[in-house]
Design a protein around this ligand. Sequence first.
Ligand SMILES: C[S@@+](CC[C@H](N)C(=O)[O-])C[C@H]1O[C@@H](n2cnc3c(N)ncnc32)[C@H](O)[C@@H]1O
Length: 274
Amino acid sequence: MTTADDVVTDRAARRRFATLGRSVALFRAFLVEQTDPDRFYGLLAADSVRQVSGYTALTGRTLLDVGGGPGYFAAAFRAAGARYVGLDPDVGDFSAVGESVAGMLRGSGTALPVRSASVDIAFSSNVLEHVSEPQRMLDEMVRVTRPGGVLFVSFTPWLSPWGGHETAPWHYLGGDRARRRYQRRMGRPPKNRYRETLFPVSISDALRWARGNGEVEVLDALPRYHPWWGRWVVQVPGVREVVAWNFVLVLRRTGHEPGSLAGKTQLTGGRVAM
Ligand SMILES: C[S@@+](CC[C@H](N)C(=O)[O-])C[C@H]1O[C@@H](n2cnc3c(N)ncnc32)[C@H](O)[C@@H]1O
């Protein structure tokens, strides 16, 4: 069932999607992320398509993937009928699965090279914690989404068991200490360096930002990989930062939608990655 602005309101479908079997499959794939990235990222991308389609139609919709990474999401969203545009500051990421770089933008989520109100769906998976100004990135995603459009943003909270990424679980003793320990043990710095390429973000901060932003309405806030009956964890301040593992904020851009804008959205500006 969809409303005029395509926000999907079928909660039963979301429940059918978020099964325990799905959570187990994702976790198993996550365990081999380093050795078999195709399996993990392929599954994550397909899962994301299904999850996003629980909130909005995808066919013919322009979707901007902020921090799109290596191309798995491009293939999955395009297969679902979306007009996918990936954006990433690291152009090398686009070719990791042999994906063509056409239609990709090079840029930062904190200064999107995209016209205001020009996309139907602003999507970002596991990027916010890698950005030094997360609220600025969120504001930018709101700016480029048309009224009635949907924002889907997920991130790993700092206090999650995976908050420190490859330095986890030592980040619980402090990000600097975890980083030094990794360097000592591995003889090289971690890819995700505390306060350089990895920043402490929290669910509480994200919710506070969303509720204080007059241009969005919160459609949902949930632990991304949990089965539907585990959703309650996001209602418990403090606890949620640890047990949600990964958090998703689903928002609807409010405001008036100019007549036929949805059918002719256009991305402009920025350099298309070469
Ligand atoms: C952990 S990867 C996530 C990739 C993909 N979205 C996924 O879910 O698998 C983080 C991505 O964020 C990108 N990134 C880092 N800083 C960024 C920024 N300021 N703006 C947009 N993307 C950024 C990185 O280049 C990288 O591709």
